[in-house]
Design a protein around this ligand. Structure first.
Ligand code: BV8
Ligand code: ZN
Length: 271
């Protein structure tokens, strides 16, 4: 499960905090259906700027680490992202669920015409649907809107079915503050399914208490070594729950990673 933090080292702003996306624009004006109804030009300007920024960005080491992990685990891996920037796919990830939609798709705000690929920077006059003449909008899940049921079903099925599998499920969240639902709730579903839960994040998170392990630091620096993707040795690799890491882990879980904090136990700073 990834959030805006994994794209920070690619130069894309996160949402919260100083200089965050919500810093410039009040979320309800640009990321809600009501905001779009009130001022569609403002919303299209906001998303066109994000398209321009994302097009100019490159996937970073953390994106690549997850793509490499997928290459190793195949069907035993699923990446659910809150990000709409498409950098995971550009890093080579294929088993990706874009729970909040994508910057690179546009759909009709009125009729159920299927979304279309669209990389355009939109200015007035705003584009309209060829089928019903309704205003087109970014195919993004805004606040107050339901996620696509097929996406939530795919994530939930992966968690539940993995719990029945031979090897232990590992739930890894990277670069997310755990503020937005239902994304913030999947760690608890995974825990209840017996998962070993890890958070890799620059700061603590709203739902940090739901994680067995918190590795604090920039994802671009800590994720690849943690996943041992680059050098492929099987050391204490949380992604190999049930073998490798789990097999030789003591009762208090896998050996501590540098910068790892077990929630509730003081803060370790990442060197
Ligand atoms: C829905 C698309 C049914 C737009 C987005 C339960 C409780 C409370 C509220 C709710 C609830 N259930 C539903 C709600 C309402 C709402 C919600 O969650 N509100 C929150 C704000 C309280 N949820 C919804 O509306 C969802 N729909 O539930 O429908 C319904 C409907 C009505 C009423 C009830 C139910 C739809 C949510 C999806 C909205 N769309 N994105 C766009 O992108 O423009 S959400 C958007 O914001 C992102 O996609 C992402 O999900 C979220 C931002 O969070 P993060 O990605 O975590 O980013 P953030 O900046 O917060 O944090 C970044 C982290 O990275 C930081 O912690 C930082 O430390 C770290 N970091 C920074 N740099 C690095 C790093 N980490 C590692 N390395 C680094 N280098
Ligand atoms: Zn239409």
């Amino acid at each position: 499960m990834t959030g805006a933090g994994i794209s920070a080292e690619s130069g894309l702003a996160t949402f919260r905090g100083a200089g965050g996306l919500w810093d410039g624009q009040p979320v309800e004006r640009v990321a809600t259906p009501e905001g779009f109804a009130a001022d569609p030009a403002l919303v299209w300007r906001f998303y066109s700027e994000r398209r321009a920024q994302a097009a100019a960005a490159l996937p970073n080491r953390a994106h690549r680490a997850l793509a490499e992990l997928e290459a190793r685990l195949g069907e035993r891996f699923l990446l659910a992202t809150q990000n709409v920037d498409g950098l995971h796919q550009r890093a080579g990830s294929q088993r990706v669920v874009e729970m909040h939609g994508s910057l690179w798709r546009t759909r009709c705000s009125v009729c159920p015409a299927p979304p279309v690929e669209d990389r355009g920077l939109v200015e007035p006059p705003l584009p309209r649907c060829a089928r019903c003449g309704g205003l087109l909008r970014p195919a993004i899940v805004w606040f107050g809107e339901l996620l696509d049921a097929a996406d939530t079903r795919r994530i939930e099925r992966f968690i539940v079915s993995s719990a029945r599998g031979a090897s232990r499920l590992v739930f890894l969240a990277v670069g997310t503050s755990g503020n937005v639902w239902p994304a913030a709730g999947y760690v608890s579903l995974a825990r209840s399914a017996g998962a070993d839960t890890w958070l890799v994040n620059l700061d603590s998170a709203e739902n940090v208490g739901a994680f067995d392990h918190f590795v604090q630091g920039p994802a671009g620096e800590v994720l690849a070594p943690l996943l041992r993707v680059e050098n492929g040795d099987r050391g204490d690799d949380p992604a190999r729950g049930g073998d490798g890491a789990r097999g030789d882990a003591g009762p208090d879980g896998p050996p501590r990673e540098r910068g790892e904090v077990t929630p509730g136990e003081g803060r370790a700073s990442y060197p």
